[in-house]
Design a protein around this ligand. Structure first.
Ligand SMILES: Nc1ncnc2c1ncn2[C@@H]1O[C@H](COP(=O)(O)OP(=O)(O)O)[C@@H](O)[C@H]1O
Ligand code: SF4
Ligand SMILES: [Mg+2]
Length: 337
């Protein structure tokens, strides 16, 4: 079954630095991402800061051109379509509503803007739609003529959500939509997004650096490390019984706190690697407590375990006594692609 959104072997590489006498370095922000998102599904993308989540969001929104690979929406390549046409059907909700909302516009003007840009509606139609949307996202009508600076962070995020919905898109790309909010407000916004999804039959790509945030909203979760998917599976499987050592570490942080408390950072061996010079083999190996010798030299390919896909040599069968190195051809490679 093909999805509403299909991502095929997507790579986004940025040249960094370079001058008269030196070549630029290559930062592989996305390095071979493949995903399908079905209509009505919530697929979450999780990983530490710098792993490539926003680059993926921007590629789906048509803002970031792929170096190679494809992003297809309803079977058509996004980067071959006009930005304006894509924006009608795929809308973003970003982390910081403050910077996304013009402080000189009122709440009603901000929500109406995508309809005005479209230019196909009368003032009366726009007014009616904006009132409906305000109700839908839980903004009282009395705030309609307020300016965003006079409102709370949660109310501003409701404006951003309302504006994202006003053209009746099919897919919403939520890039850390609750990360800038107080912990107590986060739950309200997550509940609102879950309600809207059910009511409007929306599809979400939901991005977060925090596994605990995605549990209640996701059907499936993809975990990314340095531009590659390391584990992808149904949310319950991945959160209750994670397979990849990196997912396990991310989860251990969230298990060790009481509800509604700030999360501690997961404990890894060493820091996040230099993305312009990632470790060979499995990119995670210098930080992995389970690393095998083979992990330093061979990129793990993805294998199926239960209902999940996992890219880790603990499951490829390489590097353990009696392994078969010819498996490399099927599961992975020694080379940086
Ligand atoms: N336009 C750009 N030019 C150069 N490097 C970039 C650009 N955008 C992102 N990066 C780099 O790509 C990597 C992934 O960034 P990003 O997608 O923003 O990660 P995340 O959203 O997971 O924090 C980071 O190392 C970041 O510094
Ligand atoms: S491939 Fe090796 S280094 Fe990478 S996560 Fe698995 S065990 Fe750890
Ligand atoms: Mg980001």
């Amino acid at each position: 079954m093909s999805g509403l959104l299909e991502i095929r072997n997507l790579r986004v590489h940025f040249p960094i630095g370079g001058g008269l006498f030196s070549k630029p370095k290559l930062l592989r922000a996305l390095n071979g991402i493949s995903l399908d998102v079905q209509e009505g599904e919530v697929l979450s993308i999780v990983g530490e800061s710098g792993c490539g989540k926003s680059t993926l969001a921007n590629a789906i929104l048509g803002i970031q051109k792929p170096t190679s690979g494809k992003v297809l929406f309803e079977g058509k390549e996004i980067h071959h379509q006009r930005r304006r046409d894509i924006a009608e059907r795929i809308q973003p909700i970003f982390q910081d509503p403050q910077s996304a909302l013009n402080p000189r516009k009122t709440v009603k003007d901000l929500i109406a803007m995508p309809l005005r840009v479209r230019g196909a509606h009368s003032a009366k139609e726009i007014g009616r739609t904006v009132d409906e949307i305000m109700e839908l996202v839980g903004l009282p009508q009395r705030l309609g003529h307020s300016y965003p600076t006079a409102l709370s962070g949660g109310q501003r995020q409701r404006i951003a959500i309302g504006r994202a919905l006003v053209t009746r898109p099919k897919l919403i790309v939520c890039d850390e939509p609750t990360s800038a909010l107080d912990v107590s407000i986060q739950a309200q916004i997550l509940n609102l997004l879950a309600d809207l999804r059910a009511e409007l039959n929306l599809t979400y790509v939901f991005i977060s650096h925090d596994l605990s945030v995605v549990r209640h909203i996701s059907d499936r979760v993809a975990v990314i490390y340095l531009g590659r998917i390391v584990e992808l599976g149904p949310a319950d499987d991945l959160l209750d019984d994670p397979l990849h050592p990196y997912t396990r570490k991310l989860r251990s942080a969230h298990l060790s706190t009481a509800p509604h408390q700030e999360l501690p950072k997961p404990v890894f061996k060493g820091g996040f690697p230099d993305p312009t010079n990632p470790p060979l083999g499995c990119h995670f190996h210098p930080r992995c407590f389970d690393a095998l010798e083979v992990c330093e030299t061979h990129v793990p390919g993805s294998v199926r375990r239960g209902r999940s896909d996992v890219a880790c040599h603990l499951y490829t069968g390489l590097g353990t006594p009696g392994d078969d190195m010819t498996e490399i051809r099927r599961t992975g490679s020694t080379e940086e692609e």
